[in-house]
Design a protein around this ligand. Structure first.
Ligand code: PBG
Length: 327
């Protein structure tokens, strides 16, 4: 046998047994690294399934309280809350109403599991506006950056008063992190942190989420969310947010942007989160429902890939189930 047929280097030695593979595994996936995004809807008596996201519900305030207790018991460490109001208007008034559904839900969740979970909330107007955009509009229908910032500042203070640990600005307005930091500090909420959705792309994979929040959006968000062709810009956005006071930054979506996630991880020192979004969830669920892929290994491989690319924290609709699987 020549040396060509007898390899000297044999990478397979480190793959021989489960114990060996465990010993040399580079990437960890732990329940504490997972955050569950959750929806709470005003004016429903029972939780309402979201058809495009099998297994995910719009919660009532009551069912939300029960679900966060389960989440805490599963060992995950955070939830990201989204509110769906009964009435929407041009300014998204429900977002800044202390009695609005999201703010009430924040207080509920903090009271229920505030010691065990980091309570985060989406800080954006799109669930609250009748036009469905993330900001307020000018007369001629454009999203008005600086007027929107004022709304975000107010929204941050109301969420902080409700007890939120981290606000999650996701509207991609320029300067939003600085304005929110300043508003929080000015209102005596210096301890409330900011998880900035820094590199957020105008993605086709948000489709199911639009059903989840009963979105009224027509058109798209391309004048504020990033162009999928731009990677450098994602890094620049993350750096800008850190300069403005972000405690953590996020890349979103995750799977189609793993390169951006890696690049951001390499240049920042704050924790980096990635959001495994609704469309990414729905694709796996749909394929699994058809018997085309093996669901549980596909979930774990998906989440592991996001960790391997550099995410410290993964937001995923599978958080509780995955925590139980890897427990
Ligand atoms: C905006 C927001 C969106 C998502 C989270 N925050 C939707 C959008 O930008 O259109 C999407 C999350 C998902 O698809 O799972 N408030």
């Amino acid at each position: 046998m020549s040396e060509l047929e007898r390899p000297v280097v044999r990478p397979r030695r480190l793959r021989t047994t489960p114990a060996m593979r465990e010993l040399v595994a580079e990437t960890t996936l732990r329940p504490a690294q997972l955050v569950l995004p959750m929806f709470v809807r005003e004016g429903i008596a029972e939780p309402k399934p979201i058809s495009s996201m099998p297994g995910v519900d719009q919660h009532t305030r009551d069912s939300l309280r029960k679900a966060v207790v389960e989440a805490a018991e599963a060992g995950i460490k955070g939830v990201m809350l989204f509110g769906i109001p009964e009435h929407k208007d041009a300014l998204g008034s429900g977002a800044t109403d202390p009695d609005g559904i999201l703010n009430r839900a924040i207080a509920d969740v903090v009271a229920e599991v505030g010691n065990d979970l980091v309570v985060m909330a989406d800080l954006c107007l799109d669930e609250f506006t009748d036009h469905g955009h993330c900001g307020v509009l000018t007369r001629d229908g454009r999203v008005d950056n600086d007027t929107t910032l004022q709304r975000y500042a107010d929204m941050a203070v109301v969420q902080a008063a409700a007890g939120v640990d981290l606000v999650g600005p996701s509207g991609m307005m320029d300067g939003q992190v600085a304005v929110i930091r300043d508003a929080l500090d000015g209102a005596g909420h210096a301890d409330t942190g900011i998880l900035a959705y820094s590199a957020k792309y105008a993605s086709a994979f948000y489709g199911p989420f639009r059903e989840a929040v009963d979105s009224s959006l027509e058109g798209d968000r391309r004048t504020y969310q990033q162009d999928p062709r731009n990677g450098r810009e994602g890094v620049a956005e993350a750096l800008l947010d850190i300069e403005q006071g972000a405690d953590m930054v996020m890349v979103k979506p995750a799977l189609a942007y793993l390169d951006v996630l890696r690049r951001v991880r390499e240049v920042v020192d704050v924790p980096v989160a990635a959001y495994n979004i609704s469309g990414e969830y729905a694709m796996v669920e749909a394929a699994a429902a058809n018997g085309w892929i093996d669901r549980e290994p596909a979930i774990i491989e998906t989440l592991t890939s996001i960790r391997r690319a550099g995410a410290d924290i993964v937001l995923t609709y599978w958080a509780v189930e995955a925590a139980r699987l890897i427990g």
